[in-house]
Design a protein around this ligand. Structure first.
Ligand SMILES: [Zn+2]
Ligand SMILES: [Zn+2]
Length: 85
């Protein structure tokens, strides 16, 4: 299954990308970053989650990051992501 995120459609400016994740400003919250897993799954492996957290903490060390499975407003459907609180 594929979606616009799988195709890496850039809806807002990206601030980071590697082979597994990318980071951009949230569409609904222009000052908040999201870190999105490239794989089309809502549940990351522990290893993937660790990598996502590592990238998130590198980009915004002092931010609080909310996991997509604990986040009611799902701006990013079908891809595990972290959203800056
Ligand atoms: Zn997808
Ligand atoms: Zn948002």
């Amino acid at each position: 299954m594929r979606c616009s995120l799988c195709d890496s459609q850039k809806l807002t400016e990206w601030v980071y990308e590697d082979t597994r994740v990318w980071s951009a400003y949230c569409l609904k919250h222009p000052h908040k970053l999201i870190v999105v897993l490239k794989r089309h799954v809502m549940t990351p492996t522990d290893e993937e989650l660790g990598h996502m957290m590592g990238v998130a903490m590198m980009l915004r060390p002092k931010a609080v990051w909310v996991r997509s499975d604990q986040n009611q407003h799902a701006t990013v459907p079908d891809h595990a992501h972290l959203h800056e609180k």
